[in-house]
Design a protein around this ligand. Structure first.
Ligand SMILES: [Zn+2]
Length: 251
């Protein structure tokens, strides 16, 4: 397209799929649903995918927002998204997972943590349950310290520090994750209560404090190995995660 002015037709196609969610300051622009067939263990499962963008400008003139996209260098700032399954808006019960991005675990399949397992497993659980959503939170790497700092923290961990001490020694609080955007999006997609997939009651509490209606919690443990045993034990000992009966972890 030569003209910088975006064609009317493009705008009208996109407008139907954009939702403005106002916040205390600024707004979230939610785009979707987009049909997303996914390979889950060889089976094709179709999710509805939404992605969102935070913006200081609050406008329902989406043309203004669309015009700005190409100059905003968005690839430098990863956006979050959500995979929705079933009748999420109306279904009586829904299972949700607030999944923090983990470059090493989700993408490379690193066994230093259990994130890759949790990601795939929660997608399967949501599909089996029939209704639910998986929020993939892009600004939560390393519990909110970012990928580069996480590499530093791993170096410290290889030198005897546990995952909490490593973060603290780099000047971070142990867990700086914020769920406010995700909850705004959740509320735009569903107003009924949800069951949260998590081992962490603090996360449940944080989400309730932020206004999420929670009807229950479903634990998610698995893929425990010699490589992540210490990490998982630290989550239980220091970060308040609830151990499941029969878990093969040592003290
Ligand atoms: Zn991880």
């Amino acid at each position: 397209m030569n003209d910088t002015k975006i064609q009317k037709e493009i705008i009208s196609v996109l407008e139907d799929k954009i939702q403005l969610i106002k916040r205390e300051a600024g707004a979230i622009y939610l785009v979707g649903p987009i049909r997303l067939p996914v390979n889950l263990d060889g089976e094709t499962v179709t999710f509805k995918w939404y992605c969102w963008l935070n913006c200081d400008e609050v406008t329902e003139d989406y043309e203004r927002i669309i015009e700005k996209l190409s100059s905003e260098n968005l690839a430098e700032y990863q956006q979050s998204s959500v995979l929705v399954y079933g009748d999420f808006e109306h279904g009586e019960n829904a299972l949700i997972r607030m999944h923090s991005i983990c470059h090493t675990g989700d993408i490379f399949g690193s066994k230093r943590c259990d994130c890759g397992f949790q990601l795939k497993q929660s997608m399967k659980m949501i599909k089996e349950y029939g209704t639910g959503a998986l929020f993939y939170l892009a600004n939560h790497e390393g519990r909110g310290i970012g990928l580069f700092s996480k590499a530093m923290a791993y170096v410290l961990q290889e030198n005897g520090y546990d995952t909490v001490d490593a973060n603290v020694n780099l000047g971070f609080v142990d867990d700086s994750r914020n769920y406010s955007d995700a909850i705004h999006v959740l509320k735009a997609l569903r107003t009924k209560p949800v069951t949260l997939i998590t081992n962490n009651p603090k996360k449940l509490q944080a989400l309730e404090n932020a206004g999420m209606l929670v009807s229950g919690r479903t634990p998610l443990w698995g893929d425990i190995s010699e490589f992540n045993e210490k990490y998982l034990q630290t989550k239980i000992n220091r970060s308040g995660h609830l151990e499941q009966e029969g878990m093969p972890l040592h003290d």
